[in-house]
Design a protein around this ligand. Sequence first.
Ligand SMILES: [Zn+2]
Length: 138
Amino acid sequence: MDTLEINWVELRERARQSATKSYAPYSRVTVGAAALTSHGTVVEGCNIENASYGLTLCAECSLLGDLARCGGGELVAVAVVAGDGAPLAPCGRCRQLLFEHGGAKLLIDSGEGAEPKRLDQLLPDAFGPDDLDTRSNA
Ligand SMILES: [Zn+2]
């Protein structure tokens, strides 16, 4: 995993392109996400809103669908941008979703000229799959 080269410029551009596929008639905030996987592939997603609002899917949600569809693997680096290309931090729910598929070391883009953050900086002391193994009563 450490040998993979992360091309942040490409990830940001692919995220921006994915945002053009967004379904955001309510907020009009289009969002795209792109991630490098441990297999060296790039997966993408866009936000998909819903009239109920609460059922809206963030771009990271459809990115994880793309990860499964493309054969899985672990996420290594993620870029999330608005339709104008400006970086966006994943919401709290998506930080948890990303943790499941990238772990504490997953790198989150902070935009051009800024150091990416590790997911454990954005979601410290995360609850994850290991907690289920160690805290199960059965
Ligand atoms: Zn989210």
